[in-house]
Design a protein around this ligand. Structure first.
Ligand code: GLN
Length: 492
């Protein structure tokens, strides 16, 4: 039979595999064919079809013996920020040219233990810095969604390749990372689901570091259930990551259909921003009405320091990045550009190896950490961070989850915000507070705007309460009944 991977979900494919409608090798071949056809989207940095077919054959053999794991035989894409043993890992940066890690990240290792199949490594913003996938050394990934005869659109970022691949339909799910919104914003712009777990829920070991106190990995998939299945495999304590938290991982699918009856959903007044796209405000109102209709109580809440989250993030994240990126010196990894002495070699390597946005962040980070400015910027930003966390703590005494828009806009044309970093940073306005507070957050596709582009709503949960978040996400997904799919224009 011919398999259309774009029409499948992970849960559906697991059933198909269990019923022997098809084998994992057949499913994987269909994905490889679709991946090749999707070349115009520039979504892959490295394709690993041979490895995928080997993994699929092994999955079929396990299934034959009745030993199938949670994701056995399911083809996934991996954001190229996760180290994959022996497979080129670039972080979409020139400076990691030729870097083949000798180890596998814990998050991906757990997916392979659950039986998943790796189709390849996905495009992203360089070192995950960006909201549009345009800072990638490998060129921008393209959003499968388009307006009629309009320009090509960004898929969001930094996990733009992941979101585009899932939306285009040639992977059933993908990994993402989220430092300030990089799972949720591209999920929203591509009409898919993505969850950023609580800080400490998924191991960061073996993931190229951007801002270590904010980075979290999570799943991106077509449905809430698929995200729950992937998170189930990825989550859990890892002694190799000192910030990983030893909390039991509940069965995320067990109460997925329990609904939101009796749950209190908070609506933060401060997220009603001046000048916000009226279509986004309208969708947010719709989301409130949907949840109320199925039994949730809608509660007005205050998060008074929201206003300071974005400036605080754009101090803390570059500060940590400047320190994390100090290791790329032309000696230990990837690219080396020679110079007359060691210092000049460093300068040449870092000058050529890092793109403009990464250099900008290193400069901001170095500045805010410098002796004379440390207290004025870095210490102050950390204090703001505590206030933001306190706002959420107080709100969560009254509510079980919070509903907001995911991003202030839909997908925008490639090239539109070039040389305007501040406009780009504004894309993170609703997502960044969640990272500063270390909370779980998810984006659920909720509708199309008048131009036919997808929009998402964000749910924010209590620490380590991804189960409630997924349950509320599922209720929202049911109510929104988002079924639209992008036309596969890249095939013609
Ligand atoms: N867009 C944000 C930034 O550029 C967030 C990126 C991310 O979450 N990795 O920093």
């Amino acid at each position: 039979m011919s398999i259309d991977p774009a029409a499948l979900t992970i849960a559906g494919a697991l059933e198909g595999l269990a019923k022997k409608d098809y084998t994992s090798v057949e499913l994987t071949n269909a994905c490889i064919e679709a991946m090749r056809a999707a070349k115009p989207l520039n979504v892959m940095i490295t394709e690993t079809p041979d490895r995928a077919l080997e993994m699929a054959a092994a999955a079929d053999a396990r299934r034959g013996k009745g030993e199938a794991g949670l994701l056995d035989g399911i083809p996934l894409g991996i954001k190229d920020l996760f180290c994959t043993e022996g497979v080129l890992t670039t972080a979409a940066s020139h400076i990691l040219d030729g870097f083949h890690p000798a180890y596998e990240s814990t998050a991906t290792a757990r997916l392979w233990q659950a039986g998943a199949v790796m189709l390849g490594k996905l495009n992203l913003d360089e070192f995950a810095m960006g909201s549009s996938n345009e800072t990638s050394y490998y060129g921008p990934a393209v959003n499968p969604w388009q307006t009629k005869d309009g320009p090509k659109l960004v898929p969001g970022g930094s996990s733009g390749g992941s979101a585009a691949a899932v939306a285009a339909g040639f992977v059933l799910g993908a990994t993402g990372t989220d430092t300030g919104g990089s799972i949720r914003q591209p999920a929203a712009l591509c009409g898919i689901t993505g969850i950023k777990p609580t800080y400490g829920r998924v191991s960061r070991w073996g993931i190229v570091a951007f801002a270590s106190s904010l980075d979290q990995a999570g799943p991106m998939a077509r449905t809430v259930r698929d995200s729950a299945l992937m998170l189930q495999a990825m989550a859990g304590f890892d002694p190799k990551d000192s910030t990983s938290v030893n909390e039991p991982v509940p069965d995320y699918c067990a109460h997925l259909e329990a609904g939101v009856k009796g749950l209190r959903i908070g609506i933060p007044r401060e997220y009603r921003m001046d000048g916000m796209d009226p279509e986004i405000t309208a969708l947010w109102e719709k989301g409130m009405a949907w949840l109320k209709d199925v039994g949730a109580e809608i509660v007005d809440i205050h998060l008074p320091n929201t206003h300071y989250a974005l400036p605080a993030y754009y101090i803390v994240a570059p500060a940590e990045a400047s320190s994390n990126l100090a290791r790329y010196d032309g000696v230990r990894y990837g690219l080396r550009v020679p110079g007359k002495d060691l210092i000049e070699m460093y300068e040449n390597t870092r000058g050529e190896g890092f793109g403009r946005e990464v250099q900008r962040r290193i400069m901001i980070g170095t500045y805010v950490l410098s002796a004379g400015y440390y207290d004025a910027y870095y210490t102050k930003a950390q204090k703001v961070r505590s206030l933001i966390k306190r706002d959420f703590d107080q709100a969560f005494q009254r509510v079980d989850a919070i509903l907001t828009p995911t991003a202030p806009n839909a997908a925008f044309p490639i090239g539109m915000t070039h040389d305007d970093p501040v406009t780009m940073y504004l894309n993170d306005v609703f997502t960044v507070p969640v990272n500063l507070a270390g909370l779980p957050g998810m984006s659920v596709p909720a509708g199309l705007n008048s131009a036919g582009l997808p929009l998402g709503l964000q749910l924010i949960g209590k620490p380590f309460d991804e189960a409630t978040l997924l349950r509320a996400g599922r209720a929202l997904e049911k109510a929104a009944d988002f079924r639209a799919k992008p036309a596969q224009w890249w095939r013609s």
